[in-house]
Design a protein around this ligand. Structure first.
Ligand code: ZN
Length: 278
């Protein structure tokens, strides 16, 4: 008696899978040796504990919605066989250095940091995905393709910026800004469980699809790493003071590099601070 509905369900699942893979792999997208690659995902829910995220006076705490999406993503990925590591799984403050150390202890993994944006201007909205190293671009492109494609928000594109967790991680690493909590429409979406579930599923689709669509996306949708200019590093809320200090002392090389790359940041920071995210 159970066999028939079960069979139908299985058939339905298989046809869904075929439809999904069909949508994912255009004729020219070919499997590469990377397909057998990392099945560990380090999920990083932004902020936590005393660090609410966002801007002062923001009604919805970024740390809460980011954690919820992260936990949903964990369940989605675990259900499809991924090993999942959370940098935080509750409302606690984890220093950025610790988050990076956790990520770097898995050599064959990818890192996804989940954030929501904020701006003084309530009209600011949209989805943006950040990467830093060239190796992270296919992952960023794929994640962004799915998240921005599935969101009602506008597309703020894939961007390159030296966020601490992107700069210091040795594995492919991306940071997704899943919409503006200061935008009434996007905040309303972010506050519904069904939308946060959708975000988690889109991020998971990007992680699964990165080896299929990454190559095609990097050349067609978001161009090459070189053509994406490095954004000024303006979000100092993501770097604790003590960490900035420590990194200066113990990593002179990268500090020098940072100094160099932050040169234009001073002048551009003011201009772009209106849509500053946290
Ligand atoms: Zn944030």
């Amino acid at each position: 008696m159970m066999a028939r509905p079960l069979y139908r369900l299985r058939l339905f699942c298989v046809s869904l899978l075929i439809a999904f893979l069909g949508a994912l792999s255009p004729a020219h997208a070919k499997r590469t040796s990377k397909d057998s690659g990392s099945s560990t995902v380090v999920i990083d829910a932004g902020h936590g504990g005393h660090d609410r995220g966002g801007i002062p006076g923001q009604r919805i705490a970024e740390k809460d919605v980011a954690l919820d999406v992260a936990q949903r993503l964990k369940r989605v990925l675990a259900a499809s066989g991924y090993r999942v590591v959370m940098t935080r799984d509750s409302d606690v403050f984890i220093p950025l250095g610790t988050r990076v150390a956790i990520a770097n202890s898995y050599s064959n993994a990818v890192f996804v940091s989940i954030h929501f944006n904020s701006a003084k201007r309530s009209g600011a909205g949209g989805i943006e995905t950040y990467f830093y190293s060239r190796d992270s671009l296919p992952l960023a492109s794929a994640v962004h393709y799915f998240v921005a494609g599935g969101a009602p928000s506008s597309n703020r594109n894939v961007r390159r910026r030296g966020y601490f967790v992107l700069r210091r991680t040795n594995i492919p690493a991306v940071l997704v800004e899943c919409g503006f909590l200061t935008n009434p429409t996007e905040a309303a979406y972010a506050q519904t469980a069904s939308y946060r579930q959708k975000l988690a599923e889109e991020i998971a689709a990007g992680l699964r699809g990165r080896n299929y669509v990454g190559g095609a996306l990097t050349t067609t949708r978001v161009a090459t790493g070189e053509s994406i200019p490095l954004q000024p590093y303006i979000d100092q809320t993501k770097v604790a003071k003590s960490e900035r200090h420590r990194s200066k002392r113990s990593h002179k090389k990268s500090a020098r590099r940072k100094k160099k790359s932050s040169k234009p940041a001073g002048s551009e920071a003011k201009a772009s601070s209106k849509d500053q995210e946290g």
